[in-house]
Write a protein that binds this ligand. Structure first.
Ligand SMILES: [Ca+2]
Ligand SMILES: [Ca+2]
Ligand SMILES: [Ca+2]
Length: 462
């Protein structure tokens, strides 16, 4: 008996040591171990084989499907000026009338065409230099933290923005030339004088697929990938943004938005209603114009209730990721190894496993291929907006996930990449990389044309 007890103890110790070892494996080893896994399943079991960004998770209980569909309807609904029988509350100032009018087909928006079209989906964040009490953006007097380019009847839009592009020429090592367009923005027709020193940041609406899975990655997963002092000496650091969490009234880890300034999907949805559409909710009960010249001064109830907010939040949390295509194509395979060779995967992490989530088992413990670390990286002065947000400096941006990116032309009928949509092609997106990614970009420019094409073909298979 005694010896048996000792043996079983030893067995337990061996098993737990093995588990520990597996748990401590580096991401690269996980990459190799899953080499035999079905690479097409970017979103694990929540991958759709339809080439659309509009499918619900394929594995979802019937009652959750119902909630998803209700949220889908609100996401597409046009809101109007109060009072109105349905979807009231738009304005007084706003950027657009529905979620779906900016996140077109749940994909990215597009930058305004110079001089003519006035940024209907594109928007500009504003602030004064410095930080507020929570380390966030300082409001611009009479403008707040976002420029609303539209307004309801009798109210003035805060302003418009004009864009000019300057041309930047470059050359690959093989002598082939390329052109990039660098945007410059100017606020025109401000409804009130703008104080000197206003900072502005252009933002392209992002695709909203797979966010329930990114939400299910643990804070620890993000912290483990931080490398603040570049201990592994690959030129890449990566850091977490600590941001204000409206629900907990504390600072927590940010993971959504181009600068990872938003901690939860609920907060992003409520903020979008508030700033982008002028619609108040229990989480953000005050109009964005508070304290400004055009504040409506009505002490009215929230324009949407908690139930609508949580329904739309769940809709976003249950949008499936599109499956990869052509994974066995020889050129795509070649592109994949170049992606690793150039260490693009140092930021665009290829694999991840979501945490265990008893409240939402559909996203629990999934092996996914998101191509992001959700961390902030210095991307160099050319991409800087010179406007810090919490711990993100002007030049720092969150690595965007690349899953589904190969379908952007099909989903939106045009292609725009990076936070301000300046890149017209995947290749231009790579060529804008600087800062921590400068050496990776430089390595790309030294590739042969054949290898460059292979890398692009790999990105198109995502
Ligand atoms: Ca309103
Ligand atoms: Ca504003
Ligand atoms: Ca590093």
């Amino acid at each position: 008996m005694f010896i048996q007890a000792i043996i079983s103890r030893i067995v337990i110790i061996i098993i737990s040591c093995t588990l520990l070892l597996i748990g401590c494996r580096k991401p690269q080893e996980i990459n190799d171990r899953i080499e035999n896994y079905d690479e097409r399943l970017s979103g694990g079991q929540q991958t759709t084989f339809n080439e659309t960004y509009d499918d619900a998770f394929p594995v979802l209980s019937a009652s959750k499907v119902t909630t998803h569909n209700l949220g889908d309807a609100v996401f597409g609904a046009t809101f109007v000026t109060s009072p109105a029988p349905i979807n009231p509350g738009l304005g007084p100032v706003f950027n657009n009338v529905s979620c779906g009018s900016c996140h077109i087909n749940n994909g990215v928006g597009k930058p305004p065409v110079n001089g003519t079209e006035q940024g209907q989906s594109f928007l500009f964040k504003l602030s004064m230099p410095g930080y507020d009490a929570h380390g966030g953006s300082v409001h611009v007097p009479n403008y707040g933290v976002q420029l609303q380019s539209r307004a309801v009847f009798g109210v003035q839009p805060e302003g418009k923005v004009s864009i000019t592009y300057s041309n930047i020429q470059g050359e690959f090592t093989d002598g082939v030339k390329y052109n990039l367009q660098k945007p410059t923005y100017t606020i025109t027709n401000p409804y009130m004088p703008l104080p000197a020193g206003v900072l502005m940041s252009p933002r392209l609406p992002m695709a909203v697929i797979g966010l329930g899975l990114l939400d299910a990655l643990t804070d620890n997963w993000m912290l483990e990938h931080q490398d603040l002092n570049d201990a592994n000496n690959d030129g890449i650091t990566g850091k977490v943004n600590y941001v204000w969490n409206e629900r907990t009234q504390t600072k927590t880890i940010g993971r959504f938005g181009w600068k990872a300034t938003i901690p939860t999907i609920e907060q992003q949805v409520a903020l979008a209603f508030n700033e982008d559409m002028g619609i108040t909710s229990p989480l953000f009960p005050v109009e964005s114009t508070y304290g400004q010249f055009q504040y409506d001064k009505l002490n009215d109830d929230s324009e949407i209730n908690d139930s609508i907010l949580s329904t739309v939040t769940f809709y976003i949390k249950s949008l499936a990721v599109t499956a990869r295509r052509n994974v066995n194509d020889a050129t795509v395979q070649q592109g994949k190894s170049i992606f690793k060779q150039l260490n693009c995967s140092g930021c665009h992490l290829m694999t991840a496993r979501t945490g265990v989530n008893m409240g939402y088992t559909e996203v629990s413990n999934q092996l996914i291929f998101p191509f992001t670390d959700l961390l902030l990286h210095d991307m160099g002065s050319e991409l800087s907006d010179n406007r810090p947000e919490f711990d993100a400096l002007g030049s720092e941006w969150r690595t965007p996930p690349l899953w589904g990116i190969g379908l952007s032309q099909k989903i939106n009928g045009n292609t725009h990449y990076l936070h301000d949509g300046r890149a017209r092609s995947l290749e231009e997106a790579i060529l804008w990389h600087g800062g921590e990614a400068l050496q990776n970009k430089t390595a790309y420019t030294k590739l042969t044309k054949e290898d460059r094409n292979a890398l692009i073909k790999f990105l198109q298979s995502l």
